[in-house]
Design a protein. Sequence first.
Length: 335
Amino acid sequence: MSIRIGVIGTGWIGEQHVHRLTSTVSGAEVAAVSDIDLDRAAEVAEAAGARRVDSAEKLIADSEVDAVVIASWGPVHAEQVLACVEAGKPVFCEKPLTTDAADARRIMDAEQAFGRRLVQVGFMRRYDAGYRRLKEVLDSGAVGKPLMAHCVHRNKSIREHYTTEMAARDTAVHEVDALRWLLGEEFVSAQTVLPRKTTKRFPHLQDPQIFLFETASGARVDVEVFVNCQYGYDIQCEIVGEEGAVRLPDPAAPAVRRAGRSSVPVLPEFGDRFEAAFDVELQEWVDRIRNGEALTGPSAWDGYAATMVTDAAVQSLHSGAIIPIDMGDRPELYA
Ligand SMILES: NC(=O)C1=CN([C@@H]2O[C@H](COP(=O)(O)OP(=O)(O)OC[C@H]3O[C@@H](n4cnc5c(N)ncnc54)[C@H](O)[C@@H]3O)[C@@H](O)[C@H]2O)C=CC1
Ligand SMILES: O=C1[C@@H](O)[C@H](O)[C@@H](O)[C@H](O)[C@H]1O
């Protein structure tokens, strides 16, 4: 039996996920889609052979939808995730889980009242082969105790609706989750440092930005976010330990030697860079639901922790102050 999935938000990644669930992931079918842009939803529904439903609320309540994928804009995730939990339906929510930590706490309260995990957050780097190899090296102890991490997150360019706060909430949030996962500890402070702005940006935007984080054990993480770097999608991560350093591998690509030069391509977009990771994360989510197994992917706690950190980074945006972060205790359900 296939899981009947409803997809909310049929923009860039929603359409990709509908296609992925229809063509690549096994054991799933897209039963319904919805978007506030009704025409867009109708187009995506038709291409997938799914029904268009007029609102997110109706899609969540639909008796022919077993599980929900949310790919709408960040600020509306909280109410949609809560409605799924209240309906007792598993929900895969694209990052960020919420744009406000209080909303993430409401989600954890609802999930704990339900009694088991229903929420998974779309932090797909945990499913990327390179990041998984990096974690294996760290966990083996080969580079010793981690002291520092240096991360780079560059997009070729970004759409006009992207705001200065999204550098933390939408972009650096990936590194926040990946580094919490890699280092196995929480962040305790955040600071945002602003270099000179690139002229190759929309006028409203502060780009690039540098985020400085400290972990509970005193390790330091720096993240450069530069979303109009012009040359491609470039993700770098190096972790320096007491006995060595380990670096995220670049995607494999043949080096071309020609006219006195050797060159490898830089991928243009995040869809190309993390395509396989998106496939694996959704396949594992579907498999666990089909087999009646507990969800083990990034949880509501992970979504909450990431939002606490990015809230602090946004708070530091104008003052440059170091903002302490107190996550509170991790509930038993997320141990
Ligand atoms: N894991 C990853 O690497 C990526 C994650 N994302 C995340 O996915 C989400 C969507 O991003 P994009 O597809 O790039 O945005 P987008 O702007 O292309 O699409 C968002 C869609 O949501 C719809 N929408 C907004 N409010 C809605 C509501 N209340 N009910 C139903 N539909 C609603 C919009 O009409 C739009 O079609 C964001 O949270 C973003 O951070 C996006 C790209 C990559
Ligand atoms: O999640 C993503 C986008 O929402 C975000 O806007 C981009 O900066 C990231 O590179 C991409 O992975």
